[in-house]
Design a protein around this ligand. Sequence first.
Ligand code: NAP
Length: 291
Amino acid sequence: MAHLIDGTAVAAAVRAEVAEGAAAFAAAHGRRPALRVVLVGENPASQSYVRAKARAAGQAGIDAETLLRPADFSQADLLALIADLNADPAVDGILVQLPLPEHVDEAAVTRAIDPDKDVDGFHPENVGRLVLGEDTLEPCTPAGIVELLRRTGVETTGAHAVVLGRSNIVGKPMASLLLRRGLDCTVTVCHSRTRDVDAITRQADILVAAIGRAEFVTADMVKPGATVIDVGINRVEDESRERGYRLVGDIDFDAVSEVAGAITPVPGGVGPMTIAMLLANTLRAAERRAT
Ligand code: NAP
């Protein structure tokens, strides 16, 4: 039976460290690290993510404010809001919750954020630094996975890491981080056009699934003893639940637990780490800007 990697517990440890750092920052600089979260429109999932981020930030001693704007907020107005936040010396971190309404060009918005305040790590300058192996604000979900691997004591040097998914927010930055000096994995990235995915995943010492397909990875796709990280969050109908659905990952958790050496659950694995790393990035941004 696989060791259960408890993301909630690891995230709590990271959040406690951030709280200590934020208190030290406040003592040294006379203000708390400050995060501004911008939400355009009323996407219910985004609303709940934004609430969770603001709550966690407040608990860690970060001055967090959510700026809510209507769904018809124009791109020009959004860019003007970002320019104001960029110029505000008391703001350390800016996060614009994605997805944005269709009339807004997400890439233009991402580029408009000051890279030093880009706590999501999505600005092309920060993406470039990540690929170059330079110090940067790293995207929260893959950075959280690295933290999970480190704190669980997973051996990464020379390990074959297989990443399922090549999105800009998870798959690609995950591959860059695993390849970096210090982690030193041999990395393979798979996507929807990859041939014979099963044969590739079976070679993985570390398997990261970020594709958004419920329970896609079955036990026969996993090498015995592998570390399996499940990024997926998928709703599947479940009439036994009051809300009519339950959340599952991209991994068939019960079956893969019988084969893997270690595994993250959904929920309670990668999800809590994403928020913890946002807080860590906000503190880092504040400290970097203060020096
Ligand atoms: P995305 O942008 O939709 O990308 C999905 C990727 O999976 C694409 O690269 C796609 O390939 C690939 N893919 C789809 N079907 C595949 C298949 N059958 N075999 C191999 N690759 C396949 O998704 P995302 O934003 O990266 O998110 C992935 C999942 O993680 C979602 O369930 C999302 O909700 C979840 N997520 C969780 C967190 C968290 O904090 N826990 C954070 C972010 C995302 P192509 O490029 O060829 O289309």
